[in-house]
Structure formats: structure tokens, C-alpha cells
Design a protein around this ligand. Structure first.
Ligand code: M6R
Length: 353
């Protein structure tokens, strides 16, 4: 059952600390930083990685591709429905990673089968033991999130982020102590957010807006995309995610005082400072700004509200910032009285192309 929660979605959002601990169990050595993924030990030599996925899983794939690139592994994330091994070269040193919670998504299965036929080695990053993806791929990396009933993917996205972080370490060298600490601390940090989030009151403040925009850079870019997808699918409100740097190339024209902008601003590097500049730009055009931030920059000066995440590495804050956006989407949909666990027109698993 729903264990006292009004919806499975809220229950599953709250299960994330446990889900991530399960995903990590036995896979990271705290002292040496060595990541052990026995299920991938027999992967041959890899020259490039192609991640294929749909929807929320695609956002996790974008996150995973950027982590692989950071570790010197050539990687690209592609929408499974757009993937064609005829247009993207695949050979025996190509690792094609299907990121699919259900393991049954038709678009993703087609892409994996095509890649396999073209001679690529395939891995399923999935939540479902015995699924088509797990059975048909050469290897399976389980995300161990536990069953997810809500149509909106929540805990499985966080678990995909962690599993793909481990995959990036496995293929691109061992984890640094900083990363090991990040992964160890992230479940407790999510718990802190669940206990203290102000997303409910922000949802009440902005529920009647014309549209909702989400911006982020680097590892926060897929989080912005995911925040918008979560909100649109369960609230039926217009929501879009943008790379923060793209705003001035078009979307800025949409910004008004009735379109709140949710900005992911974490860390204090060049990327974060550039996003603060974008926040100033939207603020100057009268849009309300909600900063999802760890407080490392002065973004709070230009933001109307702050949703806090604990300071961490880029990977940690990309996982925790998303939790704030899940809560925001949930509470906006709740205010509107939507059918949160079964949004109109959508199915949990999409088995047609
Ligand atoms: O089972 P999959 O991960 O392959 O599903 C892919 C998408 O259909 C899925 O992530 C969808 O976008 C989410 N349910 C949205 O919350």
C-alpha cells in the first residue's frame, strides 16, 4: 500500500534514501574508493559509450554521459526513438547502454537490438530483474530501487543517477575519496530535504502561473529537463527545461512576471557564476526566481525564494536538487487536484514505438 501517503509518488520520493543505499551496497569500498561492479567485469575494451533511453531515463543518460566524458571516456546520450546504428557508427568496442527502469520500453529495446546486430556490446541499466532488457543485453546493471508504482519516475531516476555514476567510475578509473564521500552522504542529505523542504509553500505561491521554466548548466542541465518533465506530466501545466546558456538564444522571449524560473545554482565555479548572471537577466525582466542552491554563490540576492540543498560535489547536488523539484511538481499537482499516480494519457511502461 501507500504506507499512509496520499499517493505512491510521494511515498516513492520518500523512499529515495533507502533506494540509494540499496544501489550502493557492496559496490563501493569506502577506504580505497574502488568501485566493484562484478556484473560488468566481462565487458571488453571500450572505445566509446552510447547511452540510449526515453523520458526520465534519457535525462539520467544525459547526466551519465557527462560523467563519463569528465572521466575521459567518449560518451553520448541519445533518445532511443531517434537512435539508429546506421547513422551512429557502432563496432565491437562500442558499449551501448540502455537506461530503462522497466526494461520493457519499445523504443529502447529497438535501439539495443539494433546496436547488438551492428556488433556493439550492450548493457541494460534497469530496475527490473528478468525484463526484456536484462535478458537480451550482454550485461545487466541493476539499479535496485525497488518497485515503483507511480507513473512518474522518481526514486528510479535517483537510482539511475547513482548507478551511472558507478558505471562511469568502473569505465573511467576509480572513484576519488571526494566522490565516495558524496555517495555515502547523499541518502542522509535527501532525508534532510524531505524533512525541511519549503516546496509546498512555493507550490502554493506559484500554482496559478502561466508557465514554469527550469534552467541549469553542466550536471544540473538534465536536472532542469527532468524538473520540467515531472511538473508537466503530473500537473498538466506548461513547463520547459533549458540549458541556462540557451535562454538568451530564444526562450528569454517567453519570460514574464507570470512565469517563475527555477534555477539550479550549485557549487561556486565558473558554471555556477554564469547561471547567476542568467538569473539576474530573468530577474531584470520581472520573472519570479526560485533558486535551488547550496548557498555557495550570492544567487539568493537575485532570487525571490530559495530551495536549499546541502553543499556537496557536482554529482551530489545534481541528485539532491532533483528531489526539491520532485516535491515541487508533486505539490503543484496536489494543489490542482490532479490524478498524480496515473496522469492522463500516460502509461508506466510504453511498449509501442
Ligand atoms: O521504463 P523506462 O525507464 O524505459 O521508461 C522510459 C520513460 O517512459 C519514462 O522514464 C517516463 O518518461 C517516466 N515515467 C516519466 O516520469
Amino acid at each position: 500500500g501507500k504506507s499512509g501517503y496520499d499517493h505512491y509518488m510521494l511515498k516513492e520520493i520518500h523512499e529515495q534514501p533507502t533506494a540509494l543505499r540499496q544501489c550502493l551496497r557492496g559496490r563501493v569500498d569506502e577506504l580505497s574508493g574502488i568501485v566493484t561492479l562484478e556484473e560488468l567485469d566481462s565487458v571488453g575494451s571500450v572505445s566509446d559509450v552510447q547511452l540510449v533511453a526515453c523520458g526520465t531515463s534519457y535525462h539520467a543518460a544525459v547526466f551519465g554521459a557527462s560523467l563519463l566524458c569528465d572521466r575521459g571516456v567518449r560518451a553520448t546520450a541519445m533518445l532511443a526513438s531517434e537512435y539508429s546504428s546506421e547513422r551512429v557508427p557502432v563496432d565491437s568496442s562500442t558499449l551501448v547502454v540502455g537506461v530503462t527502469q522497466s526494461g520493457e520500453t519499445a523504443d529502447t529495446m529497438r535501439a539495443l537490438r539494433e546496436a547488438n546486430k551492428a556488433g556493439g556490446e550492450t548493457v541494460a541499466v534497469t530496475n527490473t530483474v528478468g525484463s526484456s532488457a536484462a535478458r537480451e543485453c550482454d550485461h545487466a546493471l541493476y539499479i535496485r530501487a525497488g518497485p515503483e508504482i507511480g507513473v512518474a519516475a522518481t526514486k528510479t531516476f535517483a537510482s539511475q543517477q547513482v548507478a551511472l555514476t558507478l558505471l562511469a567510475c568502473h569505465l573511467g578509473g576509480e572513484a576519488t575519496h571526494e566522490l565516495v564521500r558524496t555517495l555515502r552522504d547523499v541518502p542522509d542529505q535527501i532525508q534532510t530535504i524531505l524533512d525541511t523542504s519549503r516546496a509546498t509553500s512555493i507550490a502554493q505561491t506559484y500554482v496559478d502561473s502561466d508557465a514554469f521554466f527550469f534552467i541549469g548548466r553542466g550536471s544540473q542541465y538534465p536536472v532542469a529537463l527532468e524538473g520540467a518533465l515531472k511538473l508537466k506530466e503530473i500537473s498538466y501545466e506548461h513547463a520547459e527545461g533549458f540549458a541556462a546558456g540557451e535562454l538568451k538564444h530564444g526562450p528569454l522571449a517567453l519570460v514574464t512576471e507570470d512565469t517563475p524560473v527555477f534555477a539550479m545554482v550549485t557549487g561556486d565555479d565558473e558554471q555556477a557564476r554564469k547561471t547567476v548572471s542568467n538569473v539576474k537577466e530573468v530577474n531584470a525582466r520581472g520573472a519570479p526566481v526560485v533558486a535551488v542552491t547550496d548557498g555557495q554563490t550570492n544567487v539568493d540576492r537575485y532570487a525571490d525564494h530559495v530551495l536549499e540543498v546541502p553543499p556537496s560535489t557536482e554529482i551530489g547536488t545534481a541528485i539532491t536538487a532533483n528531489v526539491q523539484l520532485q516535491l515541487l511538481a508533486y505539490w503543484i499537482a496536489h494543489e490542482l487536484g490532479r490524478s498524480i499516480d496515473k496522469p492522463r494519457h500516460l502509461a508506466k511502461s510504453v511498449t509501442v514505438e
